[in-house]
Design a protein around this ligand. Structure first.
Ligand SMILES: NC(=O)c1ccc[n+]([C@@H]2O[C@H](COP(=O)([O-])OP(=O)(O)OC[C@H]3O[C@@H](n4cnc5c(N)ncnc54)[C@H](O)[C@@H]3O)[C@@H](O)[C@H]2O)c1
Length: 370
């Protein structure tokens, strides 16, 4: 029951009933039922829509539609959660903002500058605000490490690693039993392919001045997919690099050496078939090494930890500290933060301006190699 100290749950309209909605967002919102309730779902795929509606534990079954505009305009929707395909994020964000609604948009927010500009212009005339879904930056270990370091002074070297197996291996063991469905109409599929092509062209040719090649397209997709988690965490911890000293980009494994004023950062990422989520950020300073360790977010409750290896005692002793300050998973932490932003007017750190910097990084990386 709503009360002045406990406002009524925010009514969420969700666009995109695919894997991340099924594995993470719908379960998380169901658990956070005092803060959120799912009232409306949208997907161009009617089977995915029906399946996701059956997964919502809202007091009344959510309404469903194949038209994102209809959802955004609905009176039973206070805020919109966008987890559709990358190329549609900005369109869906614009519809929400045009209706004066707050909107959470999954990463990557956008892949080209003109999309970012369109969203920013719409936000400037809307009551709604954009919150970008970079959940690793809301993980407890990440926040602990930000505190532990207290800034970038004294950093000598940083290693950002994200080498994982195909997501399906984790998803299939997540205990959430998601389903994939065929059934998108030919017309919707054509519209999807056209929009995807347009955005890729705009990103590579217009924004970066690069010819479109199959490899660049794949790398752009990978940087917007797995890469944006690591690169956005790197940006929050360290700020933007001055440039790229070297890179080797292969769609299975890629390595980039970033140049910061007083140190370098190695970013190594890719895929193999070992069922392991090897993701961490390791920050080296004179007296201690701080490591943020992530496990797969698809399995709820796996902790993120901060490990500090450091000098102790008179300086000849060594100690290790492991801090797991919460078992609450990053998706839950992130949703809690979005709620704070909407209810208490808190400014989101993962906003449009922040996400726009991602495109600068993608450009630096892709321009560093032929
Ligand atoms: N934060 C994370 O950890 C994380 C993890 C995975 C995916 N993601 C992001 O979430 C988004 C979705 O990823 P996914 O793995 O669930 O993909 P998916 O392909 O499984 O799901 C996307 C869904 O959106 C629907 N859709 C596409 N275009 C639409 C439109 N115009 N209108 C309505 N529905 C539309 C599709 O039919 C599909 O059901 C991607 O942008 C991805 O980058 C984030």
């Amino acid at each position: 029951m709503a009360s002045p100290s406990q406002p009524r749950p925010i009514r969420i309209g969700l666009i995109g009933c695919g894997e991340i909605a099924q594995v993470a967002h719908i379960p998380t919102l169901n658990f956070l039922s005092t803060k959120f309730t799912l009232t409306y779902l949208c997907d161009i795929n009617p089977k995915a829509l029906a399946f996701c509606a059956s997964r919502c534990s809202s007091a009344s079954p959510p309404k469903t539609t194949q038209d994102a505009k209809e959802l955004c305009a609905s009176e039973v929707v206070d805020a919109v959660l966008v987890c559709s395909s990358d190329a549609f994020h900005v369109f869906h964000g614009v519809y929400a903002l045009e209706n004066g609604k707050h909107v959470f948009i999954e990463k990557p927010l956008a892949l080209c500058k003109s999309d970012i500009e369109m969203l920013k212009a719409t936000e400037s005339t809307s009551k709604g605000r954009v919150f970008v879904g970079y959940m690793r930056r809301y993980a407890s270990a990440f926040l602990d490490a930000v505190k532990e370091l207290g800034g970038t002074e004294g950093i000598q070297y940083v290693k950002v690693r994200d080498i994982i197996c195909p997501n399906s291996i984790f998803v299939n063991q997540s205990g959430t039993f998601p389903q994939k469905f065929d059934g998108i109409s030919e017309e919707d599929m054509k519209a999807f392919l056209k929009r995807d092509e347009e955005v890729t062209l705009e990103a590579l040719e217009v924004d970066m001045g690069l010819a479109v090649t199959a490899k660049r397209k794949t790398m752009l997709r990978l940087l917007g997919g797995l890469g944006s988690h690591d690169l956005s965490a790197m940006r929050e911890l360290l700020g933007m690099p001055r440039g790229v000293l070297g890179a080797r980009l292969s769609p299975t494994m890629w390595t980039v050496l970033f140049d910061y004023p007083n140190f370098a950062v190695t970013y190594e990422s890719g895929f193999n078939s070992i069922p392991l989520f090897d993701a961490s950020i390791e920050i080296f300073t004179e007296n201690k090494v701080v490591t943020i360790k992530y496990d797969t977010p698809y399995v709820k409750g796996l902790p993120t930890t901060m490990i500090v290896r450091e000098k102790a005692g008179d300086g000849t002793a060594y100690q290790e500290r492991v801090l797991r300050s919460s078992y609450e998973d990053p998706y839950t932490k992130q949703m809690g933060e979005w709620w704070e932003c909407m209810v208490h007017g808190k400014e989101a750190k993962t906003n449009i301006d922040d996400a726009a910097l991602e495109l600068e990084l993608f450009k630096m990386i892709l321009k560093a190699v032929d």
